[in-house]
Design a binder for this molecule. Structure first.
Ligand SMILES: [Zn+2]
Length: 246
């Protein structure tokens, strides 16, 4: 899910405030990753506890399954995120190194390249050279990193931070079905279904809003997916429980 954490900053912010825009875009990316992580936690652990609840009414096994699913899922998310962000970071750092070296070894070719890229964005040749000159005088390396490579050298995602964030997001989501399925009430399965559906409606709505998509369809898809997961695991659990496997 995560490689989304580092990405385009172009969707939000106010014109004329490049830094605020970058900061906001980055926060939105983190928020989006967090919502998706929580969504994963809700769906997978709801499926696990409903499956066990289909096989047994005892609270002990349900609690153990829920906690094991929470811990395993959170660690798996963290490991996956760590690997994916590290790989992306290594690639970005090596591109930046190469660019730094090229700027040292052949500054004139690099200047022409920058002017050419600016011209390709729609500037007239004269203006492109003027802008390239000012950018080169100001901070040639950052200009090349951003315009040529699309990388902000001051904003490389930290893999540990990304891993921790998705671990936390998954855990928050996973806690919901783990807690509701253990409530000391008679209809706790239905309480869990309702709570999960409501939570998935929220995460679907938020992630659609963050991506400027139609929230109604996103909510429907997200709720249907989670409901289907709970239904299937519950039926599998019931079948195994009924067959005397448990
Ligand atoms: Zn360059």
């Amino acid at each position: 899910m995560s490689s989304e954490s580092a990405g385009s900053d172009t969707q939000a912010g106010h014109p004329g405030e490049p830094h605020a825009q970058e900061g906001l875009g980055n926060r939105l990316n983190w928020l989006r990753a967090g919502v998706l992580g929580a969504n994963d936690g809700i769906v997978s652990v709801a499926g696990i506890v409903m499956g066990v609840a289909g096989a047994t009414t005892e609270r002990g096994p349900i609690l153990i399954a829920g906690v094991a699913g929470l811990v395993a899922g959170a660690l798996s998310m963290a490991a996956g995120e760590y690997v994916s962000v590290s790989t992306q970071r290594d690639a970005e750092l090596s591109l930046l190194d190469q660019e730094r070296q090229e700027l040292e070894e052949m500054p004139e070719e690099e200047y022409d390249e920058l002017a050419g890229l600016l011209e390709g964005k729609g500037l007239s040749p004269e203006l492109a050279r003027e802008v390239a000159t000012e950018l080169t005088e100001h901070d040639a390396f950052s200009a090349h990193a951003e315009i040529e490579l699309g990388i902000d050298p001051d904003d490389i995602t930290n893999p540990w931070q990304a891993a921790l964030a998705s671990m936390l997001a998954f855990t928050v989501g996973a806690l919901l079905p783990t807690l509701t399925i253990l409530l000391p009430v008679h209809h706790r399965l239905w309480v869990t279904v309702v709570a999960v559906v409501a939570a998935l409606a929220c995460t679907g709505w938020i992630s659609a809003r963050l991506g400027y998509a139609d929230p109604r369809r996103a909510v429907l898809r997200n709720v249907a997916g989670g409901f289907f997961a709970m239904l299937v695991t519950f039926l599998v659990g019931s079948a195994l429980g009924g067959a005397g496997v448990v």
